[in-house]
Design a protein. Structure first.
Length: 94
């Protein structure tokens, strides 16, 4: 995918998505805007944010009216082996 707008097309088109993994700095659309738009269509969609600037993510989303449930923020850099347990926890019960 080239960026946020492409990811949003996937969210609109596919029947099942286990988790949305995004950075904040995306071409075409900021990550917080992608999350808000994706959750308008899929309110319970789990979200994993990978960013070098995560400290403002939650407040940014709340200011824009986004919900922060079923969401985790990963600080870059992180180890790939950290992803699996986090994704598993996010998707449990979905």
């Amino acid at each position: 995918m080239k960026g946020g707008k492409d990811a949003l097309k996937v969210v609109r088109g596919r029947k099942k998505i286990d988790v949305l993994v995004t950075d904040l700095a995306n071409p075409q659309m900021h990550g917080t805007d992608l999350i808000i738009e994706a959750r308008k269509r899929r309110p319970s969609l789990p979200v994993l944010i990978a960013s070098a600037f995560p400290e403002s993510v939650i407040s940014d989303l709340r200011m824009k009216g986004g919900k922060t449930t079923r969401m985790r923020v990963f600080y870059k850099p992180f180890r790939p082996e950290e992803l699996a347990p986090t994704i598993e926890a996010l998707t449990k019960g979905s």
